[in-house]
Design a binder for this molecule. Structure first.
Ligand code: BGC
Length: 709
């Protein structure tokens, strides 16, 4: 399709129509996906509806075909709708939530998740996914931390990039792939006090240095769309922020794709207090360079009038519309508007055996073993008791998995029963439900598994918590069990780091996140030692909410904490240590790995040179397993203060017992520089520490120098 010629044939209203995204039930009244009630009140005319450019949220291929048919019948130019939806960690085969996925420290798995999700969703009539969420977050109170890849810019960048590559493949025209819309641009994860939709106030330096890395990497990987965030940046809502949408996105990053608002976020600039009404919101949106308006009607109702009044140049509309038409062309929709929707094929592909088995494997890599005092893996013939709300809960999918169905999942009781005998089971979390005979049964067992945590409805969008302890009476329950059980293994389901001090006396502690469709089986695989745990934390776990934000890659300050406390005037708390309960990058295995002394190929380099760091890793324990070797760098002196350490590379390797490998890390200029306040990459000569280890605290150090030219 010659999109430029098509553009010329459109009326102004038709061009503006392309910039509107609405829900499917506008076109066919019974389509079951009703995204939110307020859409009904938009008062769109039939003409406006049938000039809209895209659809938000669709259930399956049948629905997509029906909506597309209804639309094309009425529309003058027969420009197909694009169908967009939130496919966040799976379509119907649900994978671990993104924060869990990041715990795998294995971006290849993220690509696999995205590829399978794309295949299932594409076959079901979806063209664009609102994923990945590349918002860096250092605040576990924020409900959406579950959708993030954690606190570290590098890890976030690696996972965001991997997701885009997995969704999009080589070519989005291919029927098995989706276009990826990275979100929420920008710095949405910095919401004050961990409250969703709240104010963001971030320095330009931290914006470019910490927060931009995820979006930047997603765009470098070719993401076709970007979604703005609900928050302000420098007092201007991201949705109408010209600095973000034009200066950075178009001019600095050379992004050619489509920009889209978050749900109703153009209209919400009125509540932000930067526009009087929808008309002014539309004006600000166009001036900022915003293309698609999701679920509000500022553009359709006012842009034409604003052009007539000379306040908007029609060229801006042409450019936005052309970008949308080009996306349709790239997706192949002009050749086949029903492309992707194959209800017959979906029956074979969606939730296939193969996909479920991948989900199980990936979940085992996403779960983190935090404590193990010799009780895991479980030994054969043990008498096992199982208690707690997650003993029988099937709600392991986690938030943002709306095509998935928790009812199809096994719960932990069922999954364990496939393998071992459970001598006693009680799913209650009410202390009154544990009577004398229950406690006796718990006493008689060799080991008690306590499956607890927050529910999936306590995490996700708008689900923030000021207290991040185990919910309800679970801590009390733990104490009761601790008094009666011989050994206790605590398994925690959660969408965020929780404060775990009350349960660290567990004989083993396993952090399952929300592990997806096959999560219960994955936990069983790990408990029984069929798979060796290898997950590592993508966020620091605070001891107390008062430490938040707590992250490993902080600045040194002028008065860094002095452990000897000889000097009381340093940066510390009187009542809680500075350190996390569990650090970034931490996670145990059933085997033991030994890391040898790191050896450098040389100690000095110029910007065009490289240094090789070699280190031996040996599996000294009895089981095969994977370890993540992590490389951190510190730049001691620069024009700006640099963090005390920053992750710059990692390698995950599988080793048999007694097997040893030599790992090579190549140090090059990209690892030594930083993004400045203007988003430019700066490399300064000087001295750097290279630190290598298996978490962010136990590290071996070597020094290198980056020479002046
Ligand atoms: C969320 C987005 C999502 C959109 C569309 C919004 O409420 O913030 O992440 O993509 O809805 O469903």
């Amino acid at each position: 399709m010659n999109t430029k010629a098509l553009l010329k044939s459109l009326t102004r209203e038709e061009k503006i129509g392309q910039m509107l995204q609405i829900a499917p039930f506008f076109f066919v009244k019974h389509a079951h996906v009703e995204v939110a009630g307020h859409l009904k009140a938009l008062n769109l005319t039939k003409k406006q509806i049938f000039e809209a450019g895209s659809v938000l949220g669709i259930g399956n291929g049948h629905e997509m075909i029906e909506v597309q048919e209804a639309y094309l019948k009425e529309s003058r130019h027969k420009i197909p709708l694009i169908f967009m939806a939130d496919i966040i960690h799976g379509y119907e085969t649900i994978f671990p939530v993104p924060l869990g996925l990041a715990s795998s420290f294995n971006p290849l798995l993220a690509s696999k998740v995205a590829r399978i999700s794309a295949l299932e969703a594409a076959t079901s009539g979806i063209h664009v996914t609102f994923s990945p969420m590349a918002d860096l977050s250092r605040d576990p109170r924020w409900g959406r931390v579950v959708e993030s890849f954690g606190e570290d810019p590098y890890l976030n960048g690696q996972f965001s990039q991997a997701m885009v590559l997995g969704y999009q493949g080589q070519n989005i025209k291919d029927e098995n792939y989706l276009a990826s819309c990275v979100k929420h641009y920008a710095a949405y994860g910095k919401s004050e006090a961990g409250r969703d939709y709240n104010t963001v106030d971030v320095s330009r330096l931290s914006l470019h240095y910490d927060h931009m890395e995820g979006y930047r990497k997603a765009i470098e990987a070719g993401a076709k769309l970007i979604m703005t965030s609900f928050n302000v940046l420098d007092g201007i809502p991201a949705t109408v922020n010209r600095y973000l949408l034009k200066d950075v996105l178009r001019d600095l990053w050379n992004f050619k794709g489509v920009t889209i608002t978050d749900y109703d976020s153009l209209h919400q600039v009125i509540a932000h207090g930067v526009a009087e009404d929808d008309r002014e919101a539309a004006l600000r949106g166009i001036h900022a360079g915003l293309d698609i308006e999701m679920a509000s009607t500022c553009y359709v109702n006012y842009v034409s009038e604003l052009i007539d009044q000379g306040l908007i140049d029609e060229i801006a509309i042409d450019q936005a519309c052309l970008r949308i038409l080009d996306l349709k062309e790239e997706l192949g929709l002009f050749d086949n508007p029903f492309k992707h929707a194959h209800p017959e094929r979906a029956l074979e592909v969606v939730r296939s055996k193969e996909h479920l088995s991948e989900s199980r494997k990936i979940a085992t890599e996403s779960i983190v073993l935090l404590e193990n005092k010799g009780v895991l893996p479980l030994k054969k013939g043990m008498k096992i008791a199982l208690v707690g709300p997650y003993a029988t809960s099937r709600e392991t999918n986690g938030p943002w998995s709306w095509h998935g169905n928790n009812a199809l999942n096994l719960n932990l009781f069922e999954a364990l029963k496939e393998e071992i005998e459970i001598t006693y089971m009680n799913p209650s979390e009410a202390i009154e439900d544990y009577h004398h005979e229950d406690l006796l049964a718990i006493q008689q067992a060799d080991l008690l598994i306590f499956a607890c945590g927050e529910s999936m409805h306590e995490s996700g969008e708008a689900h923030n918590r000021a207290k991040i302890s185990l919910p309800r009476h679970q801590e009390k329950l733990y104490q009761l069990f601790k008094e009666h059980a011989k050994k206790i293994v605590t398994i925690i389901f959660a969408g965020r780091p929780l404060t775990l001090e009350p349960v660290i006396s567990s004989d083993a502690l396993m952090y399952a996140w929300f592990p997806g469709s096959e999560g219960a089986r994955a936990i069983s695989d790990l408990l029984l030692g069929q798979v060796n745990p290898s997950g590592k934390l993508p966020m620091s776990f605070p001891r107390h909410e008062g430490q938040i934000p707590l992250y490993y890659n902080h600045l040194n300050t002028g008065r860094p904490y002095d452990e000897t406390r000889k000097n009381p005037f340093t940066s510390y708390y009187l009542d809680v240590p500075n350190t996390p309960l569990y650090p970034f990058g931490y996670g145990l295995s059933y085997t033991t790995f030994e890391l040898g002394e790191p050896i450098l190929s040389k100690a000095e380099m110029t910007v065009d040179e490289k240094i090789e760091l070699k280190v031996n890793l040996k599996n000294c324990g009895p089981l095969r397993g994977q370890e993540v070797v992590q490389l951190y760098i510190r730049d001691h002196v620069a024009w700006i203060a640099r963090p005390i350490k920053e992750l710059k590379a990692f390698q995950k390797v599988m080793l048999e017992p007694n097997e040893e490998v030599t790992l090579t890390f190549v140090i090059q200029k990209d690892m030594l520089g930083y993004y400045n306040q203007e988003g430019k990459f700066i490399i300064e000569p000087g001295h750097f520490d290279l630190m290598i280890g298996t978490d962010s605290t136990r590290l071996m150090k070597r020094k290198i120098t980056l020479k002046k030219e």
